[in-house]
Design a protein around this ligand. Structure first.
Ligand code: ADP
Length: 267
């Protein structure tokens, strides 16, 4: 079982990801696909007159401030346009994909964080009304039913809080928790860069290998959202996933290339 997470940034080639994945599924391999949708969510939010607000925590992590209206726009795009677009591509390729969010069957569950500490104009502020959280628990029952019946699950945030409220969670870390829960052989984190770059954005500075026992020391190379991927990789290998690969989803055969060792391999 391999967990593939494909991001939501500009330049990602979903046709290439789905074509590659469908060939491997048809050859008998088992996958779960997790996807993002941040780029499209930003566009739709702007168009609806509720532009995105990103906040940076005192420790340097950037996240989307998710008030109720943002959460609803987020669901429209992630669970709607993005999820169904990917399921449709896979169905056209003959793969029986089923699209679900982390809310469905409580696949992704975690604590609701209502307030967030954010640095604004050099000062730390507490912002309330946030619908975010972190996946702490993966309920695999529904996924096992689907996998055993031959379906390909296509998953997306949000997650369910313990109270059943929808919460925005980081897709990379959700995919990492999923890979740990399912004892996946590998976790692929595919995005619009060749992998983790030592000197971002210089693509020639690709880091080829990261030892599993030293992932966190590579956080220093990752800026803003790449940090979540490095953190997710650290969590996955600590939880027993054999290999995590940061790969390129912009063209070619993104899944096969990553599995063949292109990109940054954490093992
Ligand atoms: P996605 O939505 O595709 O999962 P993100 O936008 O969350 O991806 O994270 C990937 C982005 O992180 C890259 O597009 C790049 O702009 C940025 N980034 C920051 N630091 C690095 C780095 N050291 N190596 C590669 N990418 C980096």
């Amino acid at each position: 079982m391999i967990v593939v997470k494909v991001g939501g940034s500009a330049g990602i080639d979903y046709d290439a990801v789905c074509a590659d994945l469908s060939a491997r599924v048809q050859a008998g391999e088992k996958f779960i696909l997790v996807h993002g949708g941040s780029g499209e969510t930003n566009r739709v939010a702007e168009a609806l007159g509720h532009p995105p607000r990103f906040v940076t925590s005192p420790s340097g992590y950037t996240s989307r401030f998710t008030d109720r209206q943002t959460l609803e726009i987020f669901e429209m795009v992630y669970c709607g346009k993005m999820n169904k677009g990917i399921v449709e591509r896979l169905q056209r390729l003959g793969v029986n994909a089923v699209g679900l969010s982390g809310l469905d069957g409580r696949i992704f569950e975690g604590r609701h964080k209502d307030s967030v500490r954010a640095v604004e104009n050099g000062k730390v502020k507490v912002l309330r009304g946030d619908h975010t959280g972190t996946v702490e628990k993966v309920n695999t029952g529904l996924l096992e039913l689907l996998l055993n019946a031959g379906y390909l699950p296509v998953l997306t945030p949000p997650a369910a809080s313990y109270e059943g409220v929808a919460i925005n969670v980081d897709g990379d870390r959700a995919a990492a928790a999923l890979a740990v829960a399912l004892k996946a052989d590998a976790l692929l984190l595919l995005s619009n860069v060749p992998g983790l770059l030592r000197d971002y954005p210089d693509e020639a500075s690709l880091i080829r290998e990261i030892p599993a026992n030293d992932v966190e020391s590579y956080l220093e190379f990752a800026q803003d959202r790449m940090k979540k991927k490095v953190l997710g990789a650290a969590e996955a290998v600590a939880g027993g996933v054999g290999r995590v690969i940061f790969g390129d989803a912009r063209a070619g055969q993104p899944v096969s290339a990553a599995l063949a060792g292109a990109g940054t391999v954490v093992s």
